[in-house]
Design a protein around this ligand. Structure first.
Ligand code: C5P
Length: 232
């Protein structure tokens, strides 16, 4: 299992992204492109960042009928990204279709991850609005097992849930976890956070880090600190 720090490129435009990435001279961080940047700049932003030799997690969280997700995944796979995701709530049929669409003619494909329950969803809202009466840990473990059975590589989850996912799905099922903060940095709008070191000890394979790096006075130093604390 690989382990890495993924920087969330939560910037509004390509220009902002390039001036941020230009600061990295000696390393090529794994980066995450989310909806804001992708919808603003289109697929070309992926090609440009790939041309700069960064690994890319394309965080678009697909959720639609299986055939539509399959076709969309085929397009994303051609962009040569390294990691993509979808909502496990779309059913196992949708997850299997996504895998099919994602697999290239030579048999290779990006890693495919499932979002179990968004960390912004509380147990109360799940019960009242989604009519899911199981507890949050049971729901997360169940969705993770569905993703594994459908053939996916892992899940995006809270670092607080990584151990639970590993217990349900085994050590080879990847956990990618946002909600990471240094011990001395602001929590921002994240309510449940963990340090890079604790995340690793808790079973996170990849951590997704945004503002503690992108808004640091010295982003390269913050990235290096994160890698050191996470990978030891
Ligand atoms: O700036 P910060 O480190 O909080 O950024 C975390 C990144 O991870 C953001 O891109 C955010 O959208 C994403 N994310 C998250 N919580 C989730 C899923 C994704 O913070 N449950």
């Amino acid at each position: 299992m690989n382990h890495d720090v993924i920087i969330a490129l939560d910037f509004p435009s390509a220009l902002d992204v390039y001036s941020f990435l230009d600061q990295f001279k000696d390393e090529k961080p794994f980066v995450k492109i989310g909806m804001e940047l992708f919808y603003a700049e289109g697929p070309d932003i992926v090609r440009q960042i790939k041309a700069r030799e960064h690994k890319i997690f394309l965080d678009l969280k697909l959720h639609d009928i299986p055939n539509t997700v399959k076709s969309a995944m085929r397009v994303l796979s051609r962009l040569d990204v390294d990691m993509v995701n979808l909502h496990a709530a779309g059913t196992m049929d949708m997850m299997r279709a996504a895998l099919e669409g994602l697999t290239r003619e030579d048999g290779t494909r990006p890693l495919l991850l499932a979002v179990t329950q968004l960390t912004s969803t509380s147990e109360e809202r799940m019960r009242k609005e989604l009519l899911i009466s199981a507890s949050m840990p049971d729901t997360v473990a169940h969705y993770a097992r569905n993703a594994k059975e459908a053939g996916l590589d892992g899940v995006v989850c809270s670092p607080l849930e990584a151990a639970l996912v590993k217990a349900a799905c085994g050590p080879d099922f990847a956990t990618v976890t946002p909600g990471i903060r240094f011990v001395d940095s602001a929590a921002d709008d994240q309510s449940r956070v963990m340090t890079p070191e604790k995340a690793r000890l808790g079973g996170s394979d990849y951590i997704v880090v945004g503002r503690p790096i992108t808004r640091a006075a010295d982003p390269v130093a913050a990235y290096r600190r994160c890698v050191k604390e996470f990978l030891g």
